[in-house]
Ligand binder design. Structure first.
Ligand code: HEM
Ligand SMILES: Nc1nc2c(c(=O)[nH]1)N[C@H]1C(S)=C(S)[C@@H](COP(=O)(O)O)O[C@H]1N2
Ligand SMILES: [Mo]
Length: 418
């Protein structure tokens, strides 16, 4: 058994599989994961704020950028994670497979890290294509919870591998004078290496087990290092380059794989949920439609003519979907704050907006005061110089700066001061 695993590792050995490769890829992957985590947490709390949280309303494209980074860095994770798994692949066949309790824990933590990361990025990608039906679980809660498992197990992984990471971090320490990656052994003492943390008084020791170099040199040269990095670089550039146009519109021409194209849809703006799917056509087209505006016990109804008769404002704001696509548009209509003043709402209160749509989590949104009373927050009646299309929220929709698309409620029924 042992010699079989050993022979297998030898067969898998190639110059591109070495600790320096693993560290170089790990750095990129760690950076992408931290970007995803930070932007993901922002996206979570802007949708489900804790009491007392406040958000920036400028720049107006803030959420477009944070979520664009989330999806773009997330997509880059795919080739990076496969390359990383490739670089350490022979280690899966270590001999002996388990050397003790610490080693078992180390391998278990890596298994958890790999499994949770693959799961997280896969459901994230599927979500951007709106294939929700594939999930037997609620996407947001699951993706949110697993993100803590990913980041937690990443922290453990970094702590365990710290000696290798520090040793191979700098290029000059990683290679010898012939340009060969230095083996790990010379710095090892009986497989037991003290974490640098011990030196600053934190009593942690960790076993660092023989790297793949300890397996005999490969019989055939295999993939060389430069070829490997070029391949990984091309793969990352390709998946990012062919999708990033969904978030960064000047690159839209190269958007081949991402689910949404710019300018495709009514009013030349993509649609997420159609009026038909939301079952609002009859109510939205009704000649008796009004927007009900309430503050305390004052309620006033405004039909479209009355809304059009109010002072109209024109703003450039993006629809920035949580799924990563976004598009700038030019909106026109009265301000939410002016409507609130008409019913005597107290300045600076939160405002709840409700759609004609029933039974959808997108049908109601609460705007914190900084959004509700912002000069750019409108009840939009027109987009890009034409009446709102029914699929974009006719007769009236909400549009506010720096908020995710899901909170830009379409087919409004009422707004209410809280
Ligand atoms: C390590 C990688 C990742 C981490 C740590 C992470 C973390 C998060 C977190 C914490 C959220 C907020 C969830 C919530 O609102 O409760 C989020 C949202 C989201 N993530 Fe990720 N994510 C990762 C990778 C990805 C990838 C690869 C994609 C897609 C390519 C993706 C797509 C999304 C989408 C579409 C949302 C918005 C969900 C919604 O609000 O409906 N994520 N992510
Ligand atoms: N009532 C209602 N409003 C909604 C939605 C919805 O499903 N129902 N979808 C939201 C989402 S997820 C986005 S990204 C934007 C998209 O706006 P658009 O379809 O006009 O481009 O509308 C938002 N407003
Ligand atoms: Mo969205």
């Amino acid at each position: 058994m042992q010699s079989l695993l050993y022979a297998f590792r030898q067969a898998l050995q190639t110059p591109s599989r070495n600790p320096r490769t693993a560290v170089a890829l790990g750095r990129l992957l760690g950076f992408a994961f931290i970007l995803c985590f930070a932007t993901g947490i922002y996206s979570h709390f802007i949708q489900d704020p804790l009491p007392g949280m406040h958000f920036l309303t400028r720049p107006v494209w803030l959420y477009q950028v944070t979520q664009g980074i989330h999806i773009t860095a997330g997509i880059a994770c795919f080739p990076l994670i496969f390359a990383k798994l490739y670089s350490i692949f022979p280690l899966l066949f270590q001999t002996p497979p388990v050397k003790g309790v610490v080693h078992l824990l180390e391998r278990a933590s890596i298994a958890l890290f790999v499994a949770s990361s693959l799961f997280e990025i896969t459901i994230g990608l599927i979500n951007t294509f709106q294939w929700y039906a594939l999930f037997p679980f609620p996407f947001r809660q699951t993706h949110f919870s697993i993100s803590f498992v990913v980041i937690g197990s990443l922290a453990i992984h970094i702590a365990v591998k710290l000696p290798i990471i520090t040793r191979y971090w700098a290029k000059k320490n990683a290679y010898d004078e012939n340009g060969e990656v230095k083996p790990l052994e010379e710095h090892e003492n009986d497989d037991l290496v003290r974490l640098p943390l011990t030196d600053i008084g934190i009593g942690v020791t960790s076993r660092v087990f023989a790297w793949i170099d300890r397996a005999p040199k490969p019989k055939t040269p295999g993939t060389n290092r430069r070829g490997f990095f070029v391949t990984v670089g091309v793969a990352v550039a390709a998946v990012v380059g062919l999708t990033v146009g969904q978030s960064v519109r000047p690159l839209d021409f190269a958007n081949i794989f991402a689910p949404r194209k710019a300018g495709v849809g009514p009013n030349a703006l993509p649609v997420n949920r159609t009026a038909h799917a939301a079952k609002v056509i009859d109510d939205a087209m009704s000649p008796h439609w009004t927007l009900t505006v309430t503050a305390g016990n004052v309620t006033k109804d405004f039909n479209r003519k009355q809304l059009e008769a109010m002072t109209q404002y024109q703003v450039d704001l993006p629809i920035a979907c949580v799924e990563g696509w976004s598009q700038m548009a030019h909106w026109k209509g009265p301000r939410v704050k002016d409507l609130m003043s008409r019913v005597g709402a107290k300045q600076g209160v939160s405002v709840k907006a409700t759609s004609l749509e029933k039974g959808s989590s997108y049908a109601v949104t609460t705007m914190e005061p900084e959004f509700a009373w912002d000069d750019l927050t409108l009840i939009a009646l027109e987009v890009d110089g034409a009446t709102l299309d029914i699929d974009h929220g006719f007769p009236a929709r909400l549009i506010a700066p720096a908020r995710p698309g899901v909170l830009q409620t379409k087919w409004l029924d009422s707004i209410e001061a809280l």
